[in-house]
Design a protein around this ligand. Structure first.
Ligand code: ZN
Length: 463
């Protein structure tokens, strides 16, 4: 077996690894490379292999940095099956279409400029038709059901506890007459998070491909998320004001709804209405609702009691633009959950514009905010902040909950690998920034991994 790392090599984006075994080629993930526009476009468009010669694709989960270049793959001639859990396929239906919409919008913006300069317009990386063609190739595979994806390569999906449908992929193959196993973590999730089952520990693999996003970082000691949400809600109730929460559409929004549901059930939230104002978040919540096979015990117990956390009477899902605008004039107390999670676009911008100048309001940040985003400026309480090109004084309170990360931190990952056993002959460390990867590689060595490699982009290894 030969493996080539075509993405997420010394970076956290564009997860894509090519396996070659007995003349067959299988792609592990096909993520969108996200970065500077021109470089990203070139990399995503010019795949480093002949897409027509790929026999199958195995997908760890629906996040765009793992699935988002599938439409390009199909546009370039790939026509094999895409193996993923049913929930991942369902999330990809909404996320690939959303990504196609963004690709088309983005190129429209660039072309407007190019036309003024009398230059030829660009084509989008892909459009809705390409995304639709990719979706037709999805073939659902249940968790814990071994499947031979090509001759000589068997895969089994295990719970990763990261987002709905996410899995780590166990691969079994022969080298010479030896049977070998490799674990591809995808993105490593965490134990004891709401809704989803904990990650499954896969013991005794000889090879490991592991992510390392938090390879040298720890999550802060866990806040009591429910208590914090309760306290903030009570504050806005007293003040008759707004609590605005920018949240990722997939995962974070559903976690928040879960906690709000428990607070209402326990009589800790009065009658404050909650609005989920994002078409993508609403669609993603429907997918979470439909895929009960991914739920943990607590979530199932809620359902047995007929308490669907996503169908609470206090929660309204806003899809139409005029409904969304009507929220601007609504008197408090009101809780608004909206996207995008880093405040870089979407309806959250209207709500922030309408919220930040009043000291009675609260903006609650619940996820990682990348550098140079409006979300990061809010976390740092920079004032004034620019929204839609205009300056607004930041007078609202800004609060932060950091306990909801979907990625395992260093200690959580090392605990997991400690339990996997000492048999790992070779670990490949991917999907991390260099300052996270080096210390993490050292930590794996001290756990007993015989060889640890941080592959370069395009580097191949014979297993
Ligand atoms: Zn992910």
């Amino acid at each position: 077996m030969k493996i080539t790392f075509h993405g997420a090599a010394r970076t956290t984006t564009g997860s894509m690894h090519l396996l070659e075994i007995e003349g067959k080629k299988v792609l592990l993930d096909c993520g969108l490379y996200q970065g500077r526009r021109k470089e990203a476009f070139e990399r995503n468009r010019n795949l480093p292999f002949d897409a027509r010669k790929i026999d199958a694709c195995v997908l760890s989960h629906a996040h765009i940095d793992h699935s988002g270049n599938l439409p390009s793959l199909v546009r370039s001639g790939f026509s094999g099956p895409i193996y993923a859990t049913g929930a991942t396929g369902a999330l990809c239906e909404i996320m690939l279409m959303d990504s196609a919409y963004l690709q088309v919008k983005d190129v429209e913006y660039v072309n407007k400029k190019r036309r003024r300069q009398n230059k030829n317009p660009f084509e989008p990386l892909y459009d809705a038709e390409d995304a639709g063609d990719a979706l037709k190739l999805f073939s659902p595979v249940p968790y814990e059901s071994p499947l031979e994806v090509v001759d000589g390569l068997k895969v089994t999906f295990h719970d990763a506890g990261h987002i709905l449908g996410a899995c780590s992929v166990e691969l079994e193959f022969q080298t010479g007459n030896m049977s070998r196993r490799m674990l591809f973590t995808g993105d490593m999730g965490r134990k004891n998070m709401p809704i989803l089952r904990d990650p499954v520990i896969v013991r005794g693999a000889e090879y490991l491909i592991t992510e390392s996003t938090y390879g040298d970082r720890l999550h802060p000691v866990e806040d009591d998320v429910k208590e914090k949400l309760e306290n903030l809600s009570k504050k806005i109730q007293r003040r008759g004001s707004r609590l605005v929460i920018p949240a990722f559409s997939v995962g974070r929004t559903q976690q928040l709804l879960y906690f709000f549901h428990e607070l209402y059930r326990e009589g800790r939230l009065g009658d404050i209405p909650v609005y989920v104002d994002s078409p993508l978040s609403t669609k993603a919540t429907r997918v979470y609702e439909n895929h009960r096979e991914c739920y943990d015990r607590d979530m199932l117990l809620h359902l047995i009691d007929d308490n669907n956390p996503f169908a609470l009477k206090h929660v309204t899902y806003v899809t139409q633009t005029d409904q969304s605008k009507a929220l601007n004039d609504m008197s408090g107390p009101v809780i608004i959950i909206s996207a995008s999670g880093m405040c870089e676009g979407g309806r959250i911008l209207h709500h922030l514009k309408n919220t930040v100048e009043d000291e009675n309001n609260i903006v609650l940040i619940v996820g990682y905010q990348a550098e140079h985003t409006l979300g990061r400026r809010l976390v740092h309480k920079e004032s004034p902040v620019k929204i839609f090109g205009e300056q607004y004084e930041l007078r609202a309170e800004v609060e932060n909950i950091q306990a909801l990360s979907a990625h395992a931190d260093r200690d959580e990952m090392l605990e997991y690998f400690g339990e996997m056993g000492p048999e790992v002959d070779c670990a490949f460390v991917v999907h991390g920034d260099p300052d996270q990867q080096e210390p993490f590689a050292n930590a794996l060595r001290s756990l007993g991994a015989k060889k640890v490699v941080i592959p370069d982009q395009g580097q191949s290894f014979e297993l």
